[in-house]
Design a protein around this ligand. Structure first.
Ligand SMILES: Nc1ncnc2c1ncn2[C@@H]1O[C@H](COP(=O)(O)OP(=O)(O)OP(=O)(O)O)[C@@H](O)[C@H]1O
Ligand SMILES: [Mg+2]
Length: 249
């Protein structure tokens, strides 16, 4: 048995430790304004990582650069071995990356169901609407409700659910818990944990590192357009003073 296994070469991308996403020396601009100065981090398959940092550090811009909606970017962003730095955003999405922006992007005149159906499928294997409703029972009850009638928490669930339908396997989430009540934050946390067990890989931008601690494997600290530190979740408590300094809280 062992011999048979050894004669078959394992492709690099299939190795357990090969990153699903590898960002290296990423630079990014808004017009003339140079805001990312060499962002480097990686995410292993099935991992949940956070980007932590002060306001204006470059966390949202990093997500926008990864999904290809930043005007100008340089450096390297490899997804599952494919270099995406020169690719158009629709082609990046087709590789299996999904982005849930901070503003959520729910269409207020459309129903929950219509919002769910809106983004095109990019890959086979996306969740069905029924599976999304199982994950978020609130959305099932609100299926016919207009986007405007939803609470902030329901809008966030809809924004996440909508991306799961597309077949994306790497989910970029920008401050999903912002402005939500603690009980809803917990629910989002349980959902992320569940997605992790189902094999999704998640990059989470968070201000609330106490929440981040409940879901993440590793934390990357972003400051002035660079990743300046990585803290494994198991070492977060031991590094809490350092983190307070980084975040200015
Ligand atoms: N559309 C834009 N045009 C020009 N500059 C921008 C734009 N959006 C953000 N910036 C600038 O880019 C830098 C990084 O902003 P970014 O939104 O990525 O920060 P962030 O870490 O997500 O902060 P926050 O915690 O406030 O969301 C900041 O200096 C910000 O002022
Ligand atoms: Mg932001």
């Amino acid at each position: 048995m062992a011999e048979a296994v050894m004669t078959k070469p394992v492709p690099a991308a299939a190795s357990a430790t090969a990153p699903l996403l590898a960002v290296q020396g990423l630079e990014g601009w808004y017009g003339e304004s140079h805001v990312l100065h060499g962002i480097t981090f990686d995410v292993k398959p099935g991992e949940v990582v956070t980007l932590l940092g002060r306001n204006g550090a470059g966390k949202t811009t990093t997500l926008r650069a990864i999904i290809g909606i930043l005007g100008k970017r340089k450096g390297s962003i490899r997804y599952d071995g494919t270099e995406t730095i020169g690719m158009a955003s629709r082609n990046i999405a087709k590789l299996g990356l999904g982005y849930v922006p901070e503003e959520r992007g729910i269409f207020s005149s459309l129903s929950v169901y219509e919002n769910l159906m809106l983004p095109p499928r990019v890959k086979p294997g996306g969740m069905t609407v029924e599976q999304i409703y199982t994950l978020f029972p609130n959305l099932k009850e609100r299926s016919g409700s207009q986007g405007t009638k939803l609470s902030g928490g329901e809008q966030q669930m809809l924004a996440i659910g909508r991306i799961l339908r597309t077949g994306a396997k790497l989910i970029l989430l920008d401050e999903p818990t912002e402005g939500l009540a603690p009980v809803i934050v917990q629910q989002i946390g349980r959902t992320l944990a569940r997605l992790k067990t189902e094999g999704y890989t998640i990059v989470l931008v968070e201000q609330n590192f106490r929440f981040a601690q409940t879901v993440a494997d590793r934390h990357f600290v972003v400051e002035q357009g660079r990743v300046i530190d990585m803290i494994p979740n198991s070492e977060l408590d031991a590094n809490i003073d350092k983190l307070h300094t980084y975040l200015g809280v």
